[in-house]
Design a protein around this ligand. Structure first.
Ligand SMILES: Cc1cc2nc3c(=O)[nH]c(=O)nc-3n(C[C@H](O)[C@H](O)[C@H](O)COP(=O)(O)O)c2cc1C
Length: 182
């Protein structure tokens, strides 16, 4: 599958079959995420893959939507601003760059990296859903995630139960493109 096909095929999947995930699949996904661009190549994204049923179930109170913990795999997407706090952050701070700015850069880097992960999953025939509606504090405590690493989102991973889930309507190119009016 080429990239454009993965982009066209991807859709959020919220119902998974019982088919187990192949061994090593999470590494495959994180390998794609690892290669994403990041601000100054600081790579502040971090991932916690979960495939153990009881570990996944232990997070059930963190999500409003029940389907999340029925997925055979979860990837907890985290970011790590201290990468910025080493030499680069210190240099930025001396130039007056706020730590919140560095945090938001790390979150943006993570967002791009998760897109790579999700497209690789699509290429491998897997369904995913990006979950932002979650209680990060519960996830942090249950998984022993230590600040300053922070949780941002979860990506569910599994084989789609059926192919009937609808593709969401997208805006047209014209609707999202603002032509230079000068
Ligand atoms: C930042 C973000 C947060 C999201 N949070 C949730 C969520 O908590 N639960 C959910 O079911 N889907 C969530 N989604 C998936 C969106 O609902 C979905 O991407 C959107 O409806 C478009 O559908 P598509 O992914 O099939 O193109 C989220 C997506 C993004 C990018």
């Amino acid at each position: 599958m080429d990239v454009i096909n993965a982009i066209r095929t991807r859709k959020s999947v919220r119902s998974y079959s019982d088919k187990p995930l192949p061994k090593g699949i999470m590494q495959e996904l994180i390998e794609a995420a690892r290669l994403a661009p990041s601000c100054k190549n600081l790579q502040g994204y971090r991932y916690i893959p979960l495939t153990d049923k009881s570990a996944i179930y232990s997070l059930r109170d963190a999500y409003k939507q029940r389907f999340v913990c029925t997925a055979p795999g979860l990837v907890i997407a985290c970011f790590y601003p201290p990468t910025y706090s080493k030499s680069s952050w210190e240099k930025s701070r001396d130039k007056g760059v706020d730590k919140e700015v560095c945090r938001s850069i790390a979150m943006r880097d993570l967002a791009i990296s998760t897109a790579f992960l999700v497209l690789r999953a699509t290429e491998l025939g897997l369904g995913t859903c990006y979950i932002g509606d979650q209680k990060n504090e519960i996830i942090r405590k249950r998984l022993g995630i230590q600040l300053p690493m922070e949780v941002l989102a979860t990506i569910t991973v599994g084989y789609p139960k059926d192919s009937s889930s609808k593709k969401r309507k997208k805006l047209s190119i014209e609707e999202i493109t603002h032509l230079d009016s000068v």
